[in-house]
Write a protein that binds this ligand. Structure first.
Ligand code: BDP
Length: 672
């Protein structure tokens, strides 16, 4: 088993396939029926698929109005005089989601005879962001080349595109941005629009819309204009014509994703215009076609080196209310950059008039690439549950994102994909779970990470409770282990230059201050941590007053985020009674020990998991164990060089000296 099937492993071949009838005719309904015929077994009743407006359902008085455009209902019902298991929804896609929900229910132990499922997505745009380049490479991609074979498109439609669509539709993902946010202007050329259109044709029946990342300066590079100034009528006309051209090829094109004035990308600031002026210009171009603009808030400029964590808020908060109706501002979960742990981004709850789209990173740029086992469900859950206090207690990020807090109808969640051309799609079996958890949480941000881990494990490994329990137990401790061995207590951005894989807390030689790890940890002989209170950058003031008050005082700041907000003495007393330094060592040790624990657990199910997936996972865990030790040792040896302290009694001495760790080079690490 090479993991190709993801969560869609076919049901037991021996069991009787379900009898499935389709009322109505659409490609999507036929696809839904095929899924059920393949994967639903021993159904006690014949299955009927029908849209809620089918005349055959009129007399049943089903509560379908509340399902909205994409929700589903699966229940026992007498259809045309026959007791049946009915799968319905207000759209073909809703029915498709219902079919996948029924299959999931059966595979996770549900009793088909009692099936009564109803669900409506809480978030409207549930979108993958591929950071895929036209040359086939993937930025921060660790699962092989891009899935999109741009060279053979639009003629050859690789069957994998269909399997990709199935896997996403099974989770309720309804959009995909095909190309990197560091976008090539060529993406918008006629040749590449035709290629994107071919992909859109494959994805459409599965309810998935295509979006493109747009390079802001494309009117210059492609259009030969002298400027990309958003207030220039020629520039506006260029984008309008370009949008019309795209919509002629892709009538249901979703819209644009834009990274502007960030890390060297062009943007409206180049012309002294605001992000809102830039976004609105594009929004006007796609609005007549029903498209949206997802405008990223991930910006930081050299001009404001005081605290990088403050910049997105400083720049975007004043623009609240200035964005067009079809613009979403896409905000990373934390204010820096997808670190193993970050406090929630202060923009959540701070721009009530603007739809805030949450951006999560599924690919593990800072959590050990494809090699380390780190289930991100708990990270996603942590940010979604974080309480912004913007409108009193319970103003969670989830409620900002799903629109409930401010009454937005246009809502979205984006996940930076971890998908490539590897046979197992995501570079390892357990990485698939991160794609899975993202998709399910985008449908319903209140789902629990642990429940999703269990759901995934049952569909991935089968229903042997020992395997499932083991997998879930490993997954649930895995992310905290990475936090522990890479940097506990809110330390962040400690990686070495370029590859973002291994430790480099000593790095202090990069051109811009905020590129250097020393900028983030500020360790010196007296203490460690970034003072973001009033005596420092005062980033805490960007949070709602009750949160700001809590974070202003190290005694009320959650220990998990302590050094993100405070610079503290090495002998600061932690809740455990140990000093900060002693407690840091405890955490580094715990991180390594947890990986060893995962290895032991995995060894315990060797006879119960197929050899291929078992041994690759075991090997990766061994790599992770070595590298957890590397992170721990390199970090501790460096901290000791700064604080002059020694390791507590009984603690393992680092394997090498600081010079050795500093000398390590990884010029060919993947995914740059
Ligand atoms: C950082 C990545 C960089 C991305 C950037 C972004 O290192 O490759 O281009 O985020 O999100 O995490 O735009």
């Amino acid at each position: 088993n090479d993991g190709y099937d993801l969560w869609l492993a076919p049901a037991d071949k021996g069991a009787a396939a379900a009898e499935v009838t389709v009322i109505g005719d659409s490609q999507t309904l036929q696809l839904a029926a095929a899924e059920l015929r393949r994967d639903l077994t021993a159904a006690p009743l014949p299955v009927v698929l029908a849209r809620a407006d089918a005349p055959e359902l009129a007399a049943l008085g089903l509560p379908t109005a509340m399902l909205g455009a994409e929700g589903y209902l699966v229940c026992a019902a007498t259809v045309a005089g026959r007791p049946s298991l009915l799968v319905t929804g207000n759209s073909d896609t809703g029915v498709l989601y219902g079919a996948f929900a029924a299959i999931r229910a059966q595979k996770t132990g549900g009793d088909l005879a009692k099936l009564d499922l109803t669900s409506t997505p809480k978030v409207r745009l549930r979108v993958l962001n591929h950071w895929d380049n036209l040359d086939g490479s993937v930025e921060r991609g660790y699962a092989g080349q891009s899935l999109w074979d741009w060279w053979t498109l639009p003629d050859f439609k690789d069957p994998r595109y269909t399997d990709y669509a199935r896997a996403n539709a099974a989770l309720g993902i309804n959009g995909t941005v095909l190309n990197n946010v560091n976008a090539s202007p060529d993406t918008l050329s006629a040749a590449y629009i035709a290629k994107a259109a071919a992909l859109a044709d494959v994805l459409r029946p599965w309810g998935i819309k295509v979006y493109l990342s747009a390079r802001f300066s494309a009117p210059i590079e492609l259009g030969g204009l002298k400027t990309a100034d958003p207030l220039d009528p020629q520039v506006q006309a260029w984008w309008k014509a370009k949008s019309d051209e795209i919509y002629r090829a892709i009538p249901d094109f979703g819209g644009f994703l834009v990274k502007a004035n960030s890390e060297g990308q062009p943007g409206p600031r180049d012309y002294h215009r605001t992000h809102a002026e830039g976004a609105n210009m594009l929004a006007a171009a796609v609005a007549p076609h029903g498209g949206v603009v997802m405008w990223r808030a991930f910006v930081y400029a050299e001009t404001d080196p005081d605290d990088r964590a403050k910049q997105a808020y400083s720049e975007f908060k004043p623009l609240d209310g200035k964005f067009a109706d079809n613009v979403l501002v896409q905000v990373k979960n934390g204010a820096i950059d997808f670190q193993p742990r970050e406090p929630f981004h202060p923009l959540f709850g701070a721009m009530p008039k603007t739809p805030m789209m949450l951006e999560l990173q599924i690919t593990k740029e800072y959590l050990g690439f494809a090699t380390h086992l780190a289930y991100l469900g708990p990270l996603f859950e942590e940010v979604l549950e974080a309480d912004t206090r913007a409108k009193g207690k319970g103003s969670t990020v989830a409620k900002v994102v799903d629109g409930a807090l401010e009454g937005h109808d246009l809502t979205g969640m984006a996940g930076v994909a971890n998908i490539g051309r590897d046979r197992d799609w995501s570079g390892s079996t357990f990485n698939q779970a991160n794609w899975y958890a993202f998709g399910r949480l985008a449908w319903d941000p209140t789902l629990s990470a642990e429940a999703l881990a269990r759901e995934w494990a049952r569909q991935t490994f089968g229903d042997d409770p020992r395997v499932v329990d083991t997998a879930v137990s490993m997954m649930m401790e895995s992310r905290e282990a990475v936090v522990d061995y890479t940097g506990p207590f809110g330390l962040a951005h400690l990686m070495d230059t370029g590859h973002h894989y291994g430790p480099g807390p000593w790095v202090n030689d990069l051109a811009r201050p905020e590129w250097n790890p020393i900028y983030y940890h500020k360790a010196d002989r007296s203490g460690i941590g970034f003072d973001r209170t009033r005596t420092g950058s005062n980033a805490v003031a960007q949070y709602a007053p009750p949160v700001a008050r809590m974070l202003a005082d190290p005694r009320t700041t959650p220990e998990t985020e302590l050094l993100w907000f405070h610079h503290l003495a090495w002998d600061w007393k932690m809740k455990s009674g140990r000093t900060l330094w002693q407690e840091m060592v405890v955490r580094y040790d715990r991180g390594v020990a947890t990986v060893a624990h995962m290895q032991r657990q995995w060894d315990g199910v060797k006879d119960k998991v197929d050899a291929e997936r078992w041994s690759k996972t075991a090997t990766y865990l061994a790599i992770q164990h070595n590298e957890a030790r590397w992170w721990r040792d390199a970090s501790l040896v460096y901290w000791m060089s700064v604080n002059g302290l020694s390791l507590p009694e009984g603690s393992l001495a680092p394997e090498h000296d600081l010079a050795w760790y500093k000398a390590q080079r990884f010029p060919y690490a993947p995914g740059h």
